[in-house]
Design a protein around this ligand. Sequence first.
Ligand code: SF4
Length: 340
Amino acid sequence: MNFETVKEYIKQAGLPNFRIKQVQEALFKKGISSWDEATNLPADLRENLKKDCPILSFKVSKIVVSQKDKVAKALLTLNDGLQIETVLLKPQDSWSVCVSSQVGCSLHCSFCSTGKMGFKRDLTQEEITDQVLMWFEYLRKEKLGDRISSVVFMGMGEPLLNYLNVIKAARELSSENHLNIGARHISISTSGIADKLHKLAVDLPQANLAVSLHNADNKERSKIMPVNRKFDLDDLKKALEEYIAMTGRQVFLEYSVLENVNSRPEHIRKLADWIYSIKDNYLLHVNLIACNLGRGEKTDDRIVRDFAAGLKGMGIGVTIRKSMGNDILAACGQLASQKR
Ligand code: SF4
């Protein structure tokens, strides 16, 4: 739901301004999933909105709920028939939503199901913000809560390659007129599009930045992340130094530990050396992920723990991120690619 569209619709219909407030309340406070539920509006307006202003810009084709974690994943069918995924999760006390920013992805990371699909198209701002609105409705309906506290751009696609729509969506989500998610609770996760970080620091200085690193050796990183051939570790280093100088914010380095690929002691050493080569490196923090390789499969916990201990021993800040939703193919692109 592009709220500007509905605002314009109400204005065009010659209705009083307070109707806009009522619509806003129904959508972003009450979490209605159908205009019929907007009982604060007159019946004829509800009927017209049903006809002319669909609440979501896609159909929810499937929702799979994890039996073991507080995670649910939805497969969404867009108006042109293409499909994307979005995930709702509660890693600690509050709900978070992981959104997709593109249909497919052009970057072909070797470990990623979305990368194998190839790139289809960018999502619009509305298609991005609606993923969060959809989960807000779901939480209300299932009586699971009434607030989404954070949003991560970590689903299908590279957010910085759909730059304008991602910036617009992040701003909309944190607006008081929408779901009012704090700007500091919005995270952008990039594979390392170094030439966009300066602009990101200007446009969304409050957002969290996460960089998917996965290897600190140029040759090896290029093998699993072909984007490294365009923006290598030197480019990334310079861009991060500038980003940190501009924002003063902590940056997260995401590292999926893949057994026999990037998990050996020399990988720990190279990662630590690369981090120490960066100015203000005390603001860099490594998140280790036991890679979700498919239904129920992930890297052995012991290997991830040893990797974390190695980094800590070298004075690097590190957290092991809990891998959630293995039973529902919660990693990016796994559900949509299974469908094909
Ligand atoms: S990991 Fe992200 S950047 Fe890499 S192919 Fe998958 S969606 Fe694209």
